[in-house]
Design a protein around this ligand. Structure first.
Ligand code: C2E
Ligand code: MG
Ligand code: MG
Length: 344
C-alpha cells in the first residue's frame, strides 16, 4: 500500500501565482509530514513567519563564527569528597549583536542541521583547552560533544590537535556525550569513543535518566562519569520517585567504579541530601552559574561544607570571605533544560 502526505494552499488568499502557491503548499506539506504519516495540512501564515525566522537565524549563525560572536562560559564541578572545585564545564554562548545572548538550546540543533557544528565544536575544543591549560592542574575541563560531531572523520584528530596546541594533559579533558551518540551508528561511534579513551581523555555520559537511558549503554562503554540529569535533582526533596532514581544511579555508579555528578543543584538543602546519599560531585547554580573565563579563578576557590547555607570563597591564605551568593548576578542567558534535546 502506498501512503501520502498532502499540503494545501488556496488561491487567492495564499498567493496569486503558481510559484507562490507551490511554495506555500510545500510549507504546509512540511508540517503535514511532521504530523505523521498520511496527514494533510492547509497553509497558515504562521508557517511562513516561522520559516522566515529560522532562515534569518541560519544566516546569522553562519556569520557568527567568522565575526567572533561566540564565547565560552564555565561552570564549576564541585567534588563533595574533596570539598573543592575539581573541574569546569565549558558552555557555549552566542552574543548576537541584536538578539542579545542566544541559548545553546536554540542554536545548537540548528548548527547541527546546517552542518556548522563541526567547525563550531572544533572552535569550542581549541578555545576551552587553551583556557583550561592556565588553571591549576587538579582542575579538569569538560566539553560537550554533539552526536553530529561523531559523523566527522576528523574528530579524534581535532581532539589531539586541541590538546597539543594548548599543552593540556589528555587526562584533564572530559568529553560529555549523551546516549544519542550510542543510538546512532553504534559501531562507528563506539570505535571513535575507544580511540578518544585511548588518548587518555575521560568520557562522561551526560543527562543520564532522560531519553531511553538503557542500562546496557553503561555496559557497552567504560564511561568515567555519569551525570544525573537536573530534572531528577530538581525534585529530590519532594518526590520520593526522583530520590529513588538518584539513589539507584548513585549505587550503579559506585558498583561500576564511576564518578556520579548531580546536575542542576540549586539549594543548600538539595546539596545536603545529595551528600547524605553519597553523591561524589555536584554542579549547579548553588555553587555557581556558568561564568566568563575571566571569572573562573574566583570560582575555583569556592567551598561549601555541611551545614553552610551558601558557598564561601576561600583564598590562598585560607581565610573565609563568604557567603558569596549575593554577588552572583544572572549571566543573562535563559536556560531551557527541557528543550535541549539533541543539543548535546
Ligand atoms: P548540559 O551539557 O547538560 O549543560 C548543563 C546545562 O544546565 C547548562 O545549560 C547550564 O547552564 C544549565 N544549568 C547548570 N546548573 C543549573 C541549575 O542549577 N539550574 C538550571 N535550571 N540549569 C542549570 P546551557 O548552558 O543553556 O546549555 C544547554 C545545553 O546545550 C547543554 O546541556 C549542552 O547539551 C548544550 N551545550 C552547551 N554548550 C555546548 C557546546 O559547546 N557544544 C555542544 N555540542 N553542546 C553544548
Ligand atoms: Mg554537559
Ligand atoms: Mg547535562
Amino acid at each position: 500500500m502506498i501512503g501520502g502526505s498532502v499540503g494545501v494552499a488556496v488561491s487567492p488568499n495564499d498567493g496569486a501565482d503558481c510559484d507562490e502557491l507551490l511554495k506555500k503548499a510545500d510549507m504546509a506539506l512540511y508540517r503535514a509530514k511532521a504530523d505523521g504519516k498520511g496527514a494533510f495540512h492547509f497553509f497558515e501564515q504562521a508557517m511562513d513567519e516561522a520559516l522566515q525566522a529560522r532562515r534569518a537565524l541560519e544566516l546569522d549563525l553562519r556569520l557568527a563564527l567568522a565575526e567572533g560572536q561566540f564565547e565560552l562560559h564555565y561552570q564549576p564541578l564541585y567534588s563533595l569528597g574533596a570539598d573543592k572545585v575539581m573541574g569546569c564545564e565549558a558552555l557555549l554562548r552566542w552574543r548576537h549583536p541584536a538578539r542579545g545572548m542566544v541559548s545553546p538550546a536554540d542554536f545548537i540543533p540548528l548548527a547541527e542541521e546546517i552542518g556548522l557544528i563541526n567547525a563550531l565544536g572544533e572552535w569550542v575544543l581549541r578555545e576551552a583547552c587553551r583556557e583550561a591549560a592556565g588553571w591549576p592542574s587538579h582542575v579538569r575541563l569538560a566539553v560537550n560533544l554533539s552526536p553530529a560531531q561523531f559523523r566527522d572523520r576528523h574528530l579524534v584528530t581535532t581532539v589531539v590537535s586541541a590538546l597539543a596546541a594548548s599543552s593540556l594533559a589528555a587526562q584533564r579533558l572530559e568529553l560529555e556525550i549523551t546516549e544519542s551518540v550510542l543510538l546512532q551508528d553504534t559501531a562507528g561511534n563506539m570505535s571513535i569513543l575507544h580511540d578518544l579513551k585511548a588518548l587518555g581523555v575521560r568520557i562522561s555520559m551526560d543527562d543520564f535518566g532522560t531519553g531511553y537511558s538503557s542500562l546496557s549503554y553503561l555496559r557497552s562503554f567504560p564511561f568515567d562519569k555519569i551525570k544525573i540529569d537536573q530534572t531528577f535533582v530538581r525534585d529530590i526533596l519532594d518526590d520520593a520517585d526522583a530520590l529513588a532514581i538518584i539513589k539507584a544511579v548513585l549505587d550503579l555508579g559506585a558498583s561500576l567504579g564511576i564518578t556520579t555528578t548531580a546536575e542542576g543543584v540549586e539549594s543548600a538543602e538539595q546539596l545536603d541530601e545529595l551528600r547524605r546519599q553519597g553523591c561524589g560531585e555536584i554542579q549547579g547554580y548553588f555553587i555557581s552559574r556558568p561564568k566568563p573565563a575571566a571569572e573562573i579563578a574566583a570560582m575555583l576557590g569556592v567551598v561549601v561544607r555541611s551545614g553552610d547555607k551558601a558557598p564561601v570563597f576561600t583564598f590562598s591564605h585560607g581565610g573565609k570571605e563568604g557567603p558569596a551568593a549575593q554577588r552572583w548576578e544572572d549571566e543573562g542567558v535563559l536556560n531551557q533544560p527541557a528543550s535541549r534535546q539533541g543539543a548535546q
